[in-house]
Design a protein around this ligand. Structure first.
Ligand code: ADP
Length: 394
């Protein structure tokens, strides 16, 4: 069974072709296009690459196309991207402006090019279906909550991968099995049983921190929109709700203009005034740029805030995991986040931390009660597996 997973951005389209023929999953091909202006031409190019590589004879050889979609009204989990589902995504287009519109447009184009082919969406919110209502709720009236003003959580595929892989690496196959089976039936998933407590730090272009008990998410830093939680590359992260009407009244900005600032000129970019890329920010900080230094400190400060919150919720911690572009690569930030936490059982090994990037590794000292780990994430694999499960269960 061959499943194409496509990651669609507003000007990019990446793909990975998975094959499940021999029981295990294998990546047959991967690629990507930047500066995309027309999804339809790009999708044809993807198919041409797959044909030229000898991976498929035609689109008929694909069992389905899978997508890591973000959010939709009253829809989560892994579902076929029907017109109803695309409409439900459209409902939240203004909440996820960098994500929902490209996915809706891209999936429509895939459907035109491959009529009848199952287009299957795994929503990033799915991993948080089992968090407690108290963890999901903002203190807004019921009507607002019903419209979706609540903590949804994102990066679900990544944090789910970390939930599974951390358990495997810690030798806890019982928990790994439970984590892998998580999406099967939906509904509430018990978090009791053999205890394994993990905090997963997905830190990249966008970042979030999730608390995980026994493979199940108990809470996350992301809220209603992907603009929330930690400071993101150019998106604001958490902000007092009263700041927005205040700025609009003081400056005369419209809601759209203010939202544009929050989505494109804020976060690490807005604070540093340098770049939305942490490498540039760190370089600037190293040459004495104070705003760049502040951006690094802000990310560290807020990361520690969320790690602390879940450390408490979980009543301790077995593993603290770093993943994604920053988490996997940026040793100084990991060191800052883990500094002076010996009393919480977190003891980073400086050499291991400095000498490890983008590979699976334990970077805490041998006697550290909490294992600090780097685990490169694999969101596409989670999508492919869930799409396969969706097709198998159909
Ligand atoms: P996205 O969320 O767009 O997928 P990534 O997970 O690729 O993003 O993370 C992008 C971020 O990771 C950027 O801020 C970049 O600076 C940082 N990053 C990537 N590689 C490195 C590296 N080798 N060293 C430090 N930072 C890195």
């Amino acid at each position: 069974m061959k499943i194409l997973v496509s990651n669609i951005g507003s000007t990019s389209l990446k793909y990975r072709l998975f094959d499940f023929s021999n029981g295990e999953s294998a990546v047959l091909a991967k690629g990507g296009f930047e500066r995309v202006t027309d999804y339809s031409t790009t999708i044809e190019e993807v198919l041409t690459q797959l044909r030229d590589g000898g991976h498929i004879r035609s689109a008929d050889d694909l069992a389905a196309v899978g997508f890591k979609t973000i959010m939709a009204k009253d829809v989560s989990g892994c579902v076929e991207a029907t017109d109803d589902v695309l409409e439900a995504m459209e409902f939240y287009s203004s909440v996820a402006p960098a994500h929902n519109p490209p996915y809706i447009a891209g999936i429509r184009q895939f459907r035109e090019i491959m009529p009848g082919k199952p287009m299957v969406a795994l929503f990033e919110t799915a991993f948080y279906q089992h968090t407690s209502v108290a963890a999901q709720r903002y203190a807004v009236p019921q009507e607002w909550y019903d419209l979706g003003v609540r903590r949804w959580g994102f990066h679900g595929a990544s944090h789910k991968y970390i939930a599974e892989r951390s358990a495997e690496l810690l030798g806890r196959e019982d928990v790994a099995e439970r984590a892998r089976s998580l999406y099967v039936n939906g509904g509430r998933h018990p978090v009791d049983g053999p205890d394994l407590r993990v905090v997963s730090c997905h830190m990249g272009g966008s970042s979030s921190i999730t608390g995980i008990r026994n493979g199940v998410a108990i809470g996350t830093s992301m809220g209603m929109s992907p603009q929330s939680g930690l400071p993101q590359n150019n998106r604001v992260g958490d902000l007092d709700s009263h700041a927005l009407p205040f700025i609009m009244r003081k400056t005369g900005m419209s809601a759209d203009e203010a939202q544009e600032v929050l989505c494109k000129q804020s976060g690490l970019q807005g604070v540093s005034g340098v770049s939305n890329d942490l490498r540039d920010i760190a370089d600037a900080a190293a040459t004495g740029n104070e705003r760049a230094q502040l951006a690094l400190e802000l990310l560290t400060h807020q990361s520690r805030h969320w790690i602390g919150a879940f450390h408490l919720d979980l009543n301790g911690l077995d593993a603290l995991v770093f993943t994604a572009g920053i988490g996997e690569n940026r040793a100084p930030l990991r060191a800052d986040i883990c500094a002076n936490l010996e009393n919480l059982g977190i003891r980073l090994d400086a050499d291991k931390n400095n000498n490890t990037r983008a590979v699976e590794a334990v970077i805490s000292t041998d006697d550290s009660p909490v294992k600090v780990m780097i685990i490169p994430t694999n969101e596409e694999l989670v999508v492919a597996r869930e799409v396969k499960r969706f097709l198998d269960n159909r």
